[in-house]
Write a protein that binds this ligand. Structure first.
Ligand SMILES: [Zn+2]
Length: 171
């Protein structure tokens, strides 16, 4: 079933049943769109290849970096729209104590959930336009996106178990 080549509008399932998540261990063989964290190219990757570690077809670097991806106004919309994995964005700022406190746990989340979600950060100081667009009033604020749309948000710092729980429940 070669479905390379970018025509066709997304997956073949009819209709948007709101499947929230592929059941773990299910025998799936589907292509996911994954935006490269290094060069922002959209790749189509079989899910099982992704779990095994896949490289970007363009820049050849790992698609799952295991680190939070730093988004900017130049890349934000593309990553929100073109990732089939859920995307979680930490809206933060360097001057924010709770943000800095949460950062190490967030780094660990990025490593632990690498093949389940895209874990990203947005610096609200340098990218204030995006922060304004999303009405960010306090930081840190986490927003989870699926299929290009916000599906959940949470303000306030969380520890590692809290982050993992929130992301798995909401993203
Ligand atoms: Zn790349």
């Amino acid at each position: 079933m070669p479905s390379y080549g970018g025509h066709g509008d997304g997956p073949k399932t009819g209709g948007d049943r709101a499947d929230r998540r592929i059941p773990k261990g299910a025998p799936v063989s589907e292509h996911l769109r994954v935006v490269c964290p290094h060069c922002d190219t959209t790749n189509r990757v079989l899910r099982e290849r992704l779990d095994a570690g896949a490289n970007c077809g363009s820049c050849k670097q790992a698609l799952l970096s295991g680190q939070p991806l730093e988004l900017t106004h130049a890349t934000f919309d593309h990553h929100v729209a073109a990732n089939d994995l859920p995307l979680v964005v930490d809206f933060w700022a360097p001057w924010c104590g709770p943000c800095r406190t949460m950062a190490p746990a967030y780094d660990q989340v990025a490593a632990q959930l690498a093949s389940e979600a895209r874990i990203a950060k947005l610096n609200t100081e340098t990218e204030s336009g995006i922060a304004t667009r999303f009405g960010i009033r306090s930081i840190p604020t986490l927003i989870a996106f699926r299929n290009g749309r916000e599906v959940a948000r949470q303000s306030g710092a969380m520890d590692l178990p809290g982050l993992l729980r929130w992301i798995r429940a909401n993203a």
